[in-house]
Write a protein that binds this ligand. Structure first.
Ligand SMILES: [Fe+2]
Ligand SMILES: [Fe+2]
Length: 292
């Protein structure tokens, strides 16, 4: 790990904290033309059914799906905090890794509070994660070794970062959400640098089998995240007929869109340490539609 780089990241985190309560203009209400999620990221855009939605249904779809996304972030970050809290107990208090993780924990807790605040500002009501998500999330968080959990975390951070970039750069995005994603992008950028630097050593030592399993851990983390965003209940809420059928076509549509928009950075990362091989490439193509 590059100690000097991590020291610099700790310093920035201490000297330039971004407090959601000050950084985000919470008092602003959405304007008449504001949107909550760019069309490129919603699950129905690109399908015929989307063209038949009323403007209000389109806006509501964006609001509910955005709420779902940030509620999923908050839950995932809370779980990662549980792991980091256990992990720092194994590290000396004065080590650079311990000190950075403390900063990361502080920031991640602020993010969770910020996401919760944004959800109530939007009058959102997130759909609870499914039983299988809950089980897999909690099980892997508790029992996977640290290197696998860091692999998983950096993959989720890289993917959600791109997602946030699309959202914050949309010209008519509700300003509260724009600032929320700006803040998240800045702080997650530091977490990604740290984790990548930490993982360099793990990946350098890894042989064929280990690189294969890292690649699978990442793949499943991304699948895990992607399947938390599209929810049948949302189609019911916006008054669509036959929500079960809509859910099926929306999931398929979102799989394609997600692969086109969100996988670039993570594919680059996995490629850096030769995570694509005979045993993994087909799964990336099949499960994530990834062009690898
Ligand atoms: Fe975060
Ligand atoms: Fe993070």
């Amino acid at each position: 790990m590059d100690v000097q780089v991590i020291e610099r990241l700790i310093k920035i985190s201490k000297e330039h904290p971004l407090l959601p309560e000050k950084y985000i203009p919470w008092e602003l209400e959405p304007g008449a033309d504001d949107i909550f999620l760019p069309e490129i990221l919603n699950s129905l855009h690109g399908l015929k059914i989307y063209d038949h939605l009323t403007p209000t249904q389109k806006l509501e779809l964006g609001r509910h799906e955005l709420v779902q996304v940030i509620a999923s972030y908050a839950w995932g970050e809370c779980m990662f905090c549980l792991f980091m809290t256990r992990h720092i107990l194994t590290l000396p208090l004065d080590s650079v890794e311990h000190r950075f993780i403390l900063r990361e924990l502080i920031e991640e807790f602020r993010h969770q509070e910020m996401f919760g605040e944004a959800i109530s500002k939007l009058g959102g009501s997130p759909v609870k994660q499914s039983g299988i998500h809950k089980f897999l999330g909690e099980f892997s968080n508790k029992y996977l070794p640290a290197d696998y959990l860091f692999m998983g975390s950096v993959s989720v951070e890289l993917v959600t970062d791109i997602y946030g970039n699309y959202a914050r750069r949309a010209p008519n995005i509700y300003p509260v959400l724009k600032k929320m994603f700006d803040l998240h992008n800045i702080e997650e950028g530091r977490h990604i640098l740290f984790t990548k630097s930490l993982l360099k050593t793990y990946a350098a030592k890894a042989g064929y089998i280990k690189r294969t399993s890292y690649s699978y851990v990442i793949l499943f983390n991304i699948l895990f995240v992607r399947t938390m965003y599209v929810k049948k209940e949302i189609f019911e809420r916006i008054g669509l007929e036959n929500p079960d059928r809509v859910f099926k076509i929306a999931s398929k549509n979102f799989k394609r869109k997600f692969s086109d928009t969100c996988l670039k950075d993570i594919i680059e990362f996995v490629d850096e340490w030769n995570g694509f091989n005979l045993l993994t490439r087909w799964a990336w193509r099949w499960v994530l539609n990834a062009k690898v």
